[in-house]
Design a binder for this molecule. Structure first.
Ligand code: MLT
Ligand code: MN
Ligand code: ZN
Length: 296
């Protein structure tokens, strides 16, 4: 299995266009690596590829990925696209894929309903782009040789669909994790998750790789930094640190390789020289970077 992390950032990326926080400035000045928005590419054979999530930065991400270049005058090794929720950072890139190229678009029925309600996405020609509804907990072939299974994780509806009362940590079809397997290898990709329940620890156990929601280091970091009014949990993201954080809750769960993805620009982990990064690495975690390739 080959996985390329196309984008490691959360919504907004690093630097975020309207953010003057120390991390965004450091990225602007080239002192720390920039991060484009969240998504991966995956293949069982190195020839047939699927995207999981399509970020607003997709065009640049594809241009920067040698394995995803067309092999003919017109064409693409990308045969499938799967989205794990309806968030803008995971679906806006679908508009980048509108140039008359056939592919299958996979999502749960609830996420497909959100996509179908957006008239702009009818730019994806239905004769070429097959929208495939995938039930939870049922394995399917995502792309040649690669099996995927969607499972519900604690989350919420997309920000633009939030009403007056928002149920966070909701288990439904709106936010899913994906288990990917090929040739006896098993990888979990969970870029959004509001907390880590016991059953998720069990599901992760024994995996060859875990790519997990690393949005925030602490639940209230955006509030304390003066960058926002919401906690991470309110946004549907479990923090990395602390007793209820993902690092501590997964400390005794056996997994070959553990990598944080979907990092917000407020997270101190985005700075390779930060003490928090050293702490996470000492706990066995890696922080993803754009273009990072792993072969589980
Ligand atoms: C999130 O991950 O919380 C969302 O992508 C936020 C957003 O839609 O900008
Ligand atoms: Mn996001
Ligand atoms: Zn910032």
């Amino acid at each position: 299995m080959r996985i390329v992390i196309l984008g490691t950032g959360a919504g907004g990326g690093l630097p975020q266009w309207n953010c003057g926080c120390p991390n965004c400035d450091a990225a602007r000045e080239g002192r720390i690596p920039s991060m484009s928005q969240s998504g991966i590419a995956i293949s069982a054979d190195g020839e047939n590829w699927a995207l999981v999530n399509a970020s607003p930065d997709l065009r640049n991400q594809l241009a920067a990925s040698p394995v995803l270049r067309p092999g003919a005058l017109r064409g693409s090794p990308i045969l499938s696209v799967l989205v794990t929720n309806g968030d803008i950072d995971h679906v806006a890139g679908l508009l980048t894929l509108r140039e008359g190229q056939p592919f299958d678009l996979f999502a749960t029925p609830a996420i497909h309903a959100v996509l179908a309600a957006n008239p702009m996405l009818s730019a994806l020609n239905p004769k070429l782009v097959q929208r495939r509804e995938i039930a939870l907990d049922r394995p399917f072939e995502l792309v040649k040789g690669l099996t995927a299974e969607l499972f519900s994780v604690p989350g919420k509806v997309p920000l633009y669909l939030e009403g007056d009362v928002v149920e966070t940590g909701r288990m439904g079809e709106e936010t899913v994790g994906v288990e990917l397997s090929a040739a006896g290898r098993r990888v979990l990709y969970v870029p959004g998750c509001a907390f880590v329940p016991d059953w998720l620890r069990t599901r992760i156990s024994g995996a060859d790789a875990l790519l997990l929601d690393g949005t925030l280091w602490t639940d209230d970091e955006m509030i304390r930094a003066g960058l926002g009014v919401k906690t991470g949990r309110r946004m549907g993201h479990v923090p990395v640190s602390g007793p209820d954080g993902s690092m501590s809750l997964l400390a005794d769960v056996q997994v070959q390789r553990r990598i944080y993805v979907h990092l917000n620009n407020s997270n101190p982990l985005v700075d390779p020289a930060s003490p928090e990064r050293a702490h996470a690495e000492a706990a066995g975690w890696q922080v993803g970077h754009d273009g990072m390739e792993i072969m589980p």
